[in-house]
Design a protein around this ligand. Structure first.
Ligand code: SF4
Length: 337
């Protein structure tokens, strides 16, 4: 498919949330189209695919991305693909997970600002020390962790399966990491379900989801009495106790698509709201979202440059011993999910 500025503008003109970064005029589309067409050509020539997280900018999601979703969905897509090269437009820990599941494929991370406040809050060595301090605990890590951290944990979880997996573990003592807000939500939810788990958690946070204040919810309900409010479990317990639905990125998408309501406030990164807005023009999205600087640093320029040059420093490489241990942690999740 060959993109034109008019076609691109038609796809993106309804996107208005997220500040100036997500506003598209015909002139802006004219500057983007040559890069998009060059990427499409290179993908074909090199048997490559682009996987994009829902939080990256709409001009990537709507054009060069072969699949868009949350980190877990993207890793599964990477496994099913017959491409030789995977360009992972997201942050580094997600590209590492894709490489773990696809050891024989070349996975590249195009953006240089590819960290994450949550994943970078704890290292593999920190987990080793914690394991010495809490030898009787089962260590559960959220998928938003580096490969070194996964290699030191017993089982990995996602925001969709965290409650059911932790509930099913035979050990009463659980150490959850790295998200303290999600850890508190996990504790509250399992208590509600009558589970007697003894849960400790580390102190990391996602700076995007941590920013929301519960007063925002009261304010939005006051202005829009027919609004449905959704939050990601990386938000604080004060938020979770006030919203209509809590779930992972893909669970929120399903909720909005299936809801008879037409107005929503989504307490998560702006990318998801703008994606939903472009995909569902009959639904309206109110309130303010928050942007992740790491995800929003993904650009068409970086994808083009990576595809053209396949730079060694952007290629994900994992030592064999770490690969085996981290894969065990992920496979345990597949077994229990
Ligand atoms: S939104 Fe939060 S968890 Fe996701 S990449 Fe950004 S900082 Fe990390």
């Amino acid at each position: 498919m060959k993109w034109t500025a008019e076609l691109l503008f038609n796809h993106l003109k309804d996107v208005t949330l997220g500040g100036s970064i997500c506003v598209y005029t015909l002139d802006i589309c004219e500057t983007l189209v040559p890069k998009i067409n060059a990427i499409m050509k290179l993908k074909k020539e090199k048997n490559a695919i682009v996987l994009a997280h829902s939080y990256v900018v709409p001009e990537i999601i709507k054009t060069v991305s072969d699949f868009t979703g949350d980190s877990y969905e993207l890793s599964k897509k990477a496994k099913d693909s017959s491409a030789d090269i995977i360009i992972f437009s997201a942050v580094k820990f997600m590209a590492e997970t894709a490489k773990l599941i696809n050891p024989n494929k070349d996975v590249y991370i195009p953006s240089d600002l590819n960290g994450c406040s949550l994943a970078d809050s704890i290292t593999g060595d920190d987990v080793k020390q914690l394991r010495k301090k809490y030898p009787d605990y089962t260590f559960v890590c959220y998928i938003n962790t580096t490969v070194d951290v996964k290699a030191e944990c017993d089982v990995c979880v996602t925001s969709s399966n965290v409650y059911s997996i932790v509930e099913s573990l035979p050990n009463k003592n659980i150490y959850f990491l790295p998200d303290k807000l999600m850890g508190q939500n996990l504790k509250n939810e399992l208590k509600k379900r009558g589970s007697d788990k003894n849960i400790l958690f580390s102190e990391g946070t996602c700076y995007v989801h941590e920013e929301y204040h519960p007063d925002m919810i009261d304010f939005i309900r006051l202005k829009h009495d027919d609004v449905s409010i959704l939050a990601h479990p990386e938000c604080s317990e004060d938020i979770i106790s006030k919203v209509d639905f809590t779930g992972s990125t893909s669970q929120m998408v399903n909720y909005v698509n299936q809801s008879p309501k037409s107005k929503f406030f989504m307490l998560t990164e702006c990318g998801l709201t703008s994606r939903m807005q472009a995909d569902s023009p009959k639904k309206s999205f109110v309130g303010t979202c928050t942007m992740c600087k790491y995800m929003k640093s993904n650009s068409l320029d970086d994808i083009l440059n990576t595809l053209e040059n396949l730079p060694e420093h952007k290629k994900i490489s994992i030592p064999k011993s770490t690969q085996e241990k981290a894969l065990n942690c992920i496979n345990k999740m597949f077994e229990l999910a």
